[in-house]
Design a protein around this ligand. Structure first.
Ligand SMILES: *Cc1c(COP(=O)(O)O)cnc(C)c1O
Length: 300
C-alpha cells in the first residue's frame, strides 16, 4: 500500500434542525470520520505518535489486542501495512469458522491473528501473559487494547489545536476515555468537555480519565461523563437507536455507527430536549469514525 493521504485538519459540518433553532443552539460535528477511509477517526490520532515511537525504537512489529469487530485492530493492521510494520493481533475469543469482515481485512493487510479465549484475554495485561507473548513472538512494540496510552492521548489533544472557532461544549464518546482525556488536556478556553460513556457500569471511567490526566499533568476541571446513553452496554443496541441513526443520516447526511457516535448523538439530542444546554450554546461533537464496525450488524 502507498502512504495514505490524510484529511487533516478534519473538516467541521454544521447540523441544522428546528429543535436546535427552538433552543437557540448551534451544533457542529468535527468529522474525524473523514480523516481516512480505513485509518479513521480517533484511531489514527491514537496511533500517530505510537508509530513514531515504534520507529524511533527501531521496532519492526506492532502487537495489540481487540475483539472481532474492533476499530483499533482494523486501523492498526492498515497502518502497519502502510507504514511497514509487521502486526500481530491478539483477538478475544475462540478462532471462528469464518472471520468477521474486520478480521478478514486485518489478515489481508498482513496482520497475524492469534485467538485467545475470554478467560485468557482477561489476563492480557499481566506480566506472565506478556512474558508468554514475548517468548512466542519475540520483540514487539506493545499497543494496549483500544490503542490507549499517553502517546495516544497526545495525538487526541491535536483535535483541539485544529479548532479555529470557539465552542461552549465539546462532546466526545468514550470507550477507554483516552480520546476524552486528550481533548480535556488540549483544551485551552473555558469550554465544557462532556463525555458519553458507551459502557454499562461506566463508573470506572471518570477515575480512569482522571488518572490519565494526572499522569499527563493536566489540571483542567470542567469536564463530566454522562452515563445515561449506553443502551444496555458496549455494542448493545435497540431499534430506537437504529431508527435515530437512520433519521440522522436522512436529515443531515452523516452516517453514524451504533457503538459510539450513534449513542452520543442520541444523547446530545435527548439532552437538548431536556433543556440541558444553555441557550445560545455552540456545541461541537466529535465524530470518531469507526464506520467499518457497522458491518457487524445485519442491516437490511
Ligand atoms: C475507539 C473509538 C472510540 C473510543 O475511544 P476511547 O479513546 O477509547 O474512549 C470512540 N469512537 C469511535 C468511533 C471509536 O472507534
Amino acid at each position: 500500500m502507498a502512504i495514505p493521504t490524510l484529511q487533516l485538519p478534519s473538516p467541521i459540518t454544521q447540523i441544522f434542525s428546528p429543535l436546535l433553532d427552538a433552543r437557540q443552539l448551534q451544533l457542529f460535528i468535527k468529522r474525524d470520520d473523514l480523516i481516512h477511509p480505513v485509518i479513521s477517526g480517533n484511531k489514527w490520532r491514537k496511533l500517530k505518535y505510537n508509530l513514531q515511537q515504534a520507529k524511533k525504537e527501531q521496532q519492526s512489529c506492532l502487537l495489540t489486542f481487540g475483539g472481532a469487530w474492533s476499530n483499533h485492530i482494523h486501523a492498526t493492521a492498515a497502518a502497519g501495512n502502510y507504514f511497514g510494520f509487521k502486526t500481530i493481533g491478539i483477538i478475544r475469543g475462540e478462532s471462528p469458522p469464518t472471520l468477521s469482515a474486520t478480521l478478514q481485512d486485518a489478515q489481508d493487510w498482513g496482520m497475524q491473528l492469534h485467538f485467545v479465549n475470554r478467560e485468557q484475554y482477561r489476563h492480557k495485561t499481566e506480566a506472565d501473559f506478556m512474558a508468554g507473548l514475548r517468548q512466542q513472538f519475540g520483540n514487539f512494540y506493545l499497543l494496549p487494547e483500544g490503542g490507549s496510552n499517553t502517546l495516544a492521548m497526545q495525538g487526541c489533544a491535536e483535535i483541539i489545536d485544529e479548532l479555529t472557532e470557539p465552542y461552549d461544549v465539546l462532546c466526545v464518546d468514550c470507550g477507554t476515555g483516552t480520546t476524552l482525556a486528550g481533548v480535556i488536556c488540549g483544551n485551552k478556553d473555558q469550554t465544557q468537555v462532556l463525555g458519553f460513556s458507551v459502557l454499562k457500569g461506566g463508573d470506572f471511567l471518570s477515575p480512569q480519565v482522571q488518572s490519565m490526566l494526572d499522569k499527563a499533568h493536566c489540571h483542567y476541571h470542567n469536564w463530566q461523563i454522562n452515563k445515561d446513553y449506553h443502551f444496555g452496554g458496549y455494542a448493545k443496541t435497540t431499534p430506537a437507536l437504529f431508527e435515530f441513526m437512520e433519521t440522522f443520516k436522512l436529515d443531515h447526511g452523516v452516517q453514524l455507527e451504533p457503538v459510539y457516535s450513534g449513542k452520543m448523538f442520541y444523547g446530545i439530542f435527548d439532552l437538548i430536549k431536556k433543556g440541558y444546554f444553555k441557550q445560545g450554546s455552540r456545541i461541537l461533537a466529535l465524530h470518531g469514525g469507526g464506520l467499518q464496525g457497522l458491518r457487524g450488524y445485519n442491516l437490511d
